[in-house]
Ligand binder design. Structure first.
Ligand code: ARG
Length: 585
């Protein structure tokens, strides 16, 4: 492999390992970006650890590594600093060559994975007859981004919507609707999701209060499971109703996902129980079929079983997930399964994975991961609510983002005495408003809770979508103003890196490949956001200090190339986040 700095670290890594000699081939060079430009670009920190092991001076060890190191093509002579850090400064000539390669590469130096895997990303997954809430939104945004990164790396991704469309609650709901709202069960469009959710709550109340209703609801479930035509028809109508509402959100956010809800696994549930019984994992406890697992206890410290089949013969959320694991491995032939839900489901997945492992359903080369995330909070630090205290509807939440940006934009246009068409304003507001909501979600470490604030996410400065989108717009502006065709800058166009800010920008650009691979591995989209944020900052600093169109040749062309590469990198990076760019803003 040759291109870009994605491999610069790999090359340095290899060179260091080679310098250490065969006896230390397994040593991690502990190579990282330098915290301070004073110490160069990269720093290797393994001399200290080795010194302890070998009982020698760390600086002496660092010196012997440096003596054997062959990195002349990439770096200036490595420097030893402090107790035994080895500092590397990348040569401008190396950066230039790499940037030229990046410019010719449609993938901007992001390699395709050595081995293409089949990956299931299980995300979004709202529940029928219930509102899709901010937790589902977060799963949707994170899942889409993770799927995009994996797809770009050349993996075959199955984006699955594990919709909650099955279970005893449907017996209860259908029974209630038969009484309260029979039209809903025979005609499409009789209800909107808001009504359905309200009716669901009433049905639940009735269920909790009335034993006779409970009994009748159970019978309804049996009919559903036995595929009684009337009941199935009613169930289908309810599912369609919810599905349409979910689709509105997916369309607006440009989300591709395939529905494969819980009901899909219904035919495979009995085999889960049978096979667990055969493997001797099943224990009967109070009439229910359970698996007892290490590390799961209740508050009293008693073992907490995972219930696979209830006393009444019904199955659970976990049973369905076990069937889904098997299906995805045996039928879908996946190498990696990724589940994106809030951290509250961490125990559920830990249990499901443990049972599946004990039952030998997960081959050693299949990686199965729960990707948890924190809560979305309102500005008061509590669970997000509307101003009047109701749970927030996703449509309203997205609309408010768009409205807020529209108002900002209109005020700015007045201030700048700019005239724009109503279409331009509407489109910019829609794109930036939705992008801001996505970016706010993706730019946080997903493990932490975050406070949902329109003002913060729409700010033109800081780690926000508009700030990321702006340098792209700026570069398109340069192209319009100077009549520049970035694809045809001349045959002898060269990149010249004389200025500090040009060097800093060049180094940043060349890190794209390693960042994308890191996100593929750690499933932390905020790393990509942080990278794009730093890129935007570096470009803005460069642009504020140095002229581009007004510069003398050959510097002018070189700076145009740097600008174009920045714009392309932002466009690609934002695309991996599920965010489009605008030509003007
Ligand atoms: N429907 C579930 C919920 O709303 C999420 C499903 C996640 N995926 C899974 N395979 N369990 O909480």
């Amino acid at each position: 492999m040759n291109s870009t700095i994605a491999y610069l670290t790999t090359q340095l890594d290899r060179a260091i390992v080679a310098a250490l000699g065969a006896d230390y081939a397994g040593t991690d060079p502990l190579l990282g970006l330098s915290s301070n430009p004073k110490f160069g670009d990269y720093q290797a920190n393994m001399a200290m650890g080795l010194a302890k092991k070998l009982g020698q001076q760390p600086r002496a060890i660092a010196q012997s590594i440096v003596d054997n190191l062959d990195v002349a093509e990439i770096c200036e002579a490595p420097q030893i600093a402090g107790p035994g850090f080895i500092n590397f400064t990348v040569k401008p000539s190396y950066l230039t060559t790499q940037l030229q390669a990046m410019q010719l590469d449609r993938r901007l130096g992001v390699a395709v994975a050595d081995k293409s895997q089949r990956v299931v990303v299980d995300f979004s997954s709202p529940n029928i007859a219930k509102e899709m809430h901010v937790g589902h939104l977060r799963s949707t945004i994170l899942g889409d981004c993770i799927a995009r990164v994996l797809e770009f790396r050349g993996h075959d991704v199955l984006r699955l919507n594990h919709v909650g469309d099955w279970g005893t609650q449907f017996g209860m709901l259908i029974l209630y609707l038969r009484e309260a709202y029979p039209q809903a069960l025979i005609t499409a469009d009789a209800l909107d999701l808001g009504d359905l959710v309200a009716l669901y709550k009433k049905a639940k109340q009735r269920f909790d209060e009335d034993p006779q209703f409970q009994e009748a609801a159970r019978k309804e479930v049996v009919k559903l499971q036995a595929k009684d035509p009337d009941t199935i028809k009613a169930w289908n109508l309810l599912c369609d109703q919810s599905r349409r509402e979910f689709q509105v959100i997916y369309d607006r956010l440009n989300i591709q996902i395939v529905e494969r809800g819980e009901s899909f696994y219904n035919p495979y549930l009995a085999a889960v129980v049978d096979d667990l019984r055969t493997s001797g994992l099943l224990v009967e406890s109070n009439g229910a079929q359970c698996v007892f697992l290490d590390g799961f206890v209740n508050r009293e410290g008693d073992p907490l079983p995972l219930i696979i089949q209830k006393t009444d013969g019904g199955y659970n959320y976990a049973t369905t997930d076990l069937a889904a694991v098997r299906y995805r491995i045996e039928i879908d032939q996946t190498d990696r399964i990724i589940y994106i839900t809030d951290s509250g489901q961490a125990d559920h997945f830990a249990q499901v994975f443990q049972v599946a492992r004990l039952a030998n359903w997960i081959p050693a080369d299949v990686e199965i991961t729960h990707v948890p995330f924190g809560l979305v909070l309102g500005e008061d630090g509590k669970k997000i609510k509307t101003r009047s205290g109701e749970t927030i509807k996703l449509k309203a939440l997205l609309d408010e983002g768009i409205d807020t940006f529209r108002q900002d934009l209109e005020a700015r246009l007045v201030g700048d005495q700019r005239q724009e068409t109503p279409e331009f304003i509407a489109n910019s507001a829609e794109v930036v408003g939705l992008s801001a909501v996505k970016y706010a979600d993706l730019s946080q470490n997903r493990l932490s809770n975050y406070v949902f604030s329109y003002d913060k996410m729409l700010a033109l400065q800081g780690n926000t979508a508009p700030y990321m989108m702006y340098p792209y717009v700026r570069v398109q502006g340069i192209s319009r103003k100077g009549g520049i065709d970035f694809e045809n800058l001349g045959d002898n166009a060269q990149i010249i890196l004389n200025e500090e800010l040009e060097l800093a920008l060049a180094k940043q650009l060349l890190q794209l490949g390693s960042i994308v691979t890191e996100v593929e591995r750690d499933l932390l989209p905020n790393r990509l956001c942080q990278y794009l944020f730093e890129l935007s900052q570096k470009y803005n600093q460069f642009y504020d200090k140095h002229s581009v169109l007004q510069a003398e040749e050959p510097i002018r062309t070189s700076r145009l190339i740097l600008s174009d590469l920045t714009a392309k990198t932002l466009k690609l990076g934002l695309d991996l986040l599920g965010i489009p760019v605008l030509e003007r803003m």
